[in-house]
Design a protein around this ligand. Sequence first.
Ligand code: ZN
Length: 313
Amino acid sequence: MFRRVALVLALTWVSSSLFAIDFTKYHSQDEIGQYLRGVATSYPELAHFYVLGKSDEGREVAYLTMTSGADSLPGIFFNGTHHGNEWSSTEALLGLVEYFVQHRNDAEVAGLLSKYVFYFQPLVNPDGHFHRTREDANGADPNRDYEYPNAPTGSQFKTKIISLMKKLIDSHHFRAAAAYHSGIEEVIWPWCYTSAPTEQKDLFYTFAKGAASAMGFSRYMQSYYDYPTDGEFIDYMFMTQGTFALTYEVSDDFTPAASQLKAIVARSVKGAMAFINAVAAHDAGHLSVESSASIVHALEFNPRWKAMGRRLE
Ligand SMILES: [Zn+2]
């Protein structure tokens, strides 16, 4: 009898343990904070939890780092929910953290953890996430508030949360970065503000095509050809540090039914790993880079997007 009770308790403990995130539901900010803190507490040799600051309404703006090497290693930064109503992007970030935790001792992930410092930030815009609004608590779009080439002086970094992001970004050298969004299924790269390609267009093409393919997506392009925008995260990252920065749009719906989450999270992790491994291969000198010549021209006119109308992502 006692033995049976003990067994039941043990099984209950395993099924509700910290590192078995239930992706049949969306997570509250309290749950997300508890999870990130729990990872840092459980693996102090690998993971650290930081509070970057507070949002306009006093919510925590936090992130987790993971590395087995020195803090000075190049950074790889994944974040979600610049836009507060794009909830699947938050969950996809949690899935990526969970993947790193689960596979920390496997050759692939252990190798990556020895070469880079990973930054994971599921909630860039916690007030928007709470109110389920695209914008911050003052109605400003956070992903239009970064500096970009040719921005009028003093016009950017007006929001509290993106000022915090600037502090974090400027504190480290980031080799690669990805901002998760939702509202369509695609992977896009800088520039957003101009149709001119970057000098790294072939690398961006190779990275984005690989990530999109891993997720089963057929859309990948320079962000401008999706639609032109000023002040996006990826333009700032590339402009200031030459960071290989991508935007992932992880699901057609901003906040899809919870029953779809598991599949969205799983493919988002695949897309992240494809990108991270490609960056590592490039740094090791053995990535085969494809020419973007054909696609950049072909995507200057984007019929599907025009047919859908300009829904903001
Ligand atoms: Zn978005």
